[in-house]
Write a protein that binds this ligand. Sequence first.
Ligand code: FES
Length: 305
Amino acid sequence: MWEYTDKVLDLFYNPKNQGTLEDNGETGIKISTGEVGSIACGDALRLHLKIEEESDKILDARFQTFGCTSAIASSEALVELVKGLSLDDALKVTNKEIADYLGGLPEAKMHCSVMGQEALEAAIYNYRGIELDVHEDDDEGALICSCFGITESKIRRVVLENKLTSAEDVTNYVKAGGGCGSCLATIDDIIESVQKEATTAKVVTNTYNPVNTTGELTPRPLTNVQKIALIQKVLDEEVRPILIADGGDVELYDVDGDIIKVLLQGACGSCSSSTATLKIAIEARLRDRINPNIVVQSVGSLIKN
Ligand code: FES
């Protein structure tokens, strides 16, 4: 028997946001849908967003889910959290915030909060015409758990964002490893690799080595301002020229720890392979130059179709 908080039980017994949103042809309003999970895996969530085009605001949201108490409560929490937000702000909502809104979830049910965050991302990317998963040519896109269709990049992201330390944690958050179990050893390797990168990143990001007036290196912690300046420098000198030559561009939007949010512009923003562009042209370059733990996220394009 799972231990649920009062908030989880209240939202489960009294859901207010279940259902769909129809496109009634209202001027300036768009309905966008994001879907994650599969009924075969035991959980599926479809999120509908009502978006005001001029302001990019989420006016309303509804969900349909095939899932347990936690899935319903997480979906309710998600809707409550994103109503009234701009799309850019909604993209900042994390699975941890969903779980926190509920006063916590049993560890084995954390995947419900992850599913909510992914459905939100899918709905917003769908609205912006950005393909969510372009992993085929990506080394980190290798399929690790065939039972649940989970890729390496997804495992790395959830380990990094939630500071997970064991394969059991990963199973709780994204289900990988919870079937035949043959991928558990690989998941352990991925966790070890993420932890190693995090340690290296700490050394790199905490040690800024400017030359002082006497010509000696003076190691000192990298401040946030220095870190942002360094990211901007790499973007300006090594990334933007490549994108501009291809008819696109990129703008630094926000830096939150190792998560770097960017706005893709021009051809990059409307290109169906923009996620691949992010991974290959931007994330890899920033990891190489600044911190191997960096994750780049797009908050959409400045030019809408
Ligand atoms: S391959 Fe991951 S549980 Fe079966």
